[in-house]
Structures are given as C-alpha cells and as structure tokens.
Design a protein around this ligand. Structure first.
Ligand SMILES: [Zn+2]
Length: 279
C-alpha cells in the first residue's frame, strides 16, 4: 500500500453538481427508496465516471494491494460503505451521505473489494467497516466522522502506510508487535479484509523481492570493487543495478511498498541507502 494524495483528484464542476443532486435525492428518500437509488445504474455511473481520475493517482494500481493489471475488473470502493455495514450491531444502514463524496472513493481490484476464497485464505472488503471504537460510529449525516477510529488501513492516510511489514518470502504482517494493540489489529484486519495474504500476491511479491535482493547484492559488490580499485566498469554496473532497484521501489511500480520495506531493512547495504535517498 502506497500513500495516495486524494486531494490531487481532478473533479470537475459538472461532476460535483451531479453528486450534489444525487445526494439530495438520497436525503429525501425513505430507507427503502434510498437502497434502490444506491443500486441504480444511473447513480453507479456517477462514481464510475471518476475511475480514470482515481486510476491516475495510483498509476493504474489497486490502492490496497498495488496490483496493476488483472486481479480483474477494477472498481470504485466506498471506504465507508454506502449501504448496510456488515457485522455491526445495532444494524447500520450505511454511510449513504458519502455515496457521492469523492473523498470516500478508493480505486480497488475485485480481489481486495469482493469476497474471495483460495485454498488457504479468504478475504475481500465487501461491506465491512470495522471500528476500534464502535461507540464513536457515525450513524447519521450530522455525526462527526472524526470520532471514528477505523480499523481498515486507508491509503489516503499517511500514518497508515507504514503499518504493514513484508518479508522476503512475500508474506505480509503487522509492522509492530501486539503490545500496540490498535495498530496491530488494524494491520491484521486489513490484511484479511483486503486479502493481501492471497497466494497470488505472496508469490508475486516473493519473486520480485528475490530479484531486488539479487540486485542489491550485485550493486554492493560492484560499489565495493569500485571503492577498492577505481574500476569504471564496476561503477557503471553498480549504477545500472541501483537504477533497477530504484525503478522497483518507485511509486508507479507494483508492490513497491514491499520493495521499500526490504530496502529499509538492509541497513548495511550501500546500494539500498543510495536508492532510499532518491525516493
Ligand atoms: Zn487489490
């Protein structure tokens, strides 16, 4: 998961007007009619129309798992569900007033967004939106969202980004120990809900991290050789490998958060230090 600066989203005046009108009709509808309105194709088009702009912010990657192509039809996720919130008591009819609020949109792949099972894992955010403090949950439009402590990591929040840790075998876990209860549970719950432990992702992160580790070793060897012998060939080879590593850690690259985590862990590597200086 990389940080997404959602304030950079380009939203035109025409779109804002459509969103305003659609929200107004929800305000005046009965709960039953509201549900119908939220499911109507015409209204779904309002958030889908922002897809190209949402996609630009992440260079075409899912905001949760950083996969570019497949993991299928990418969708617009409502971070706070627009309809019934699953697993909440007393029942919550959803944050319908945020259905057309662009700050509530997250660009996601179907694996992160929908219920999926693999032989060893399951996940998918669906309509879940667990909180650390259920008593602070907003239930009406006038309730403050700031009183909520969401458990699901949010790519638009700077402080959420560093809460996941990646291992060289491609696995992912909380970046802290269990004594930091809320953050630990937040990372743990997000890994499950966004299905970040799906074998497909683990496999892809593993092969990428192995490749980057090799580049780091090669670059360090050449840097060492250059330091001892002033060998220009070694200098240029080190530069090439460092560039390979830098591209893999750049925001537009798939799974770059895992690469950055790997680099940060290589404390004695000169190559890793140099790449981190460029990020
Ligand atoms: Zn995803």
């Amino acid at each position: 998961m990389r940080y997404i600066d959602i304030d950079k989203l380009e939203v035109g005046a025409q779109w804002l007007e459509r969103a305003r009108q659609a929200t107004e009709s929800l305000r005046h509808a009965s709960p039953e009619d509201r549900e119908k309105l939220l499911k109507s194709k015409e209204n779904a088009r309002i958030w889908s129309d922002l897809k190209p702009e949402l996609l630009k912010l992440s260079n075409g990657k899912c905001w949760y798992c950083e996969t570019k192509e497949i993991r299928s039809d990418n969708a617009v996720d409502h971070y706070r569900p627009k309809g019934n919130v699953r697993g909440v008591l007393p029942p919550h009819e959803g944050y319908w007033w945020l259905a057309f609020d662009w700050r509530n949109y997250r660009f996601t792949c179907a694996f992160c967004n929908s219920a999926r099972r693999s032989p060893t894992t399951d996940g998918g955010k669906q309509d879940f939106f667990p909180l650390w403090n259920e008593a602070g949950r907003a239930r009406t439009e006038s309730d403050a969202l700031d009183s909520e402590l969401p458990l699901l990591l949010d790519p638009t929040k700077v402080r959420d980004i560093g809460l996941l840790a990646f291992s060289e075998d491609g696995s992912v876990g909380p970046a802290m120990n269990e004594s930091r209860k809320r953050e630990f549970r937040s990372a743990d719950e997000s890994i499950h809900r966004y299905h970040l432990h799906h074998p497909f992702l683990v496999e892809r992160r593993m092969s990428l991290l192995r490749q980057v580790s090799k580049w780091i070793d090669q670059a360090d060897r050449q840097l060492d050789r250059f330091a001892r012998m002033d060998d220009p060939v070694a200098y240029n080879e080190a530069e090439d490998r460092i560039n390979d590593i830098r591209k893999a850690a750049a925001p537009e690259a798939e799974y770059s958060a895992a690469v950055r985590h790997l680099l940060a862990g290589k404390v004695s590597s000169e190559a890793a230090k140099q790449v981190l200086n460029t990020l």
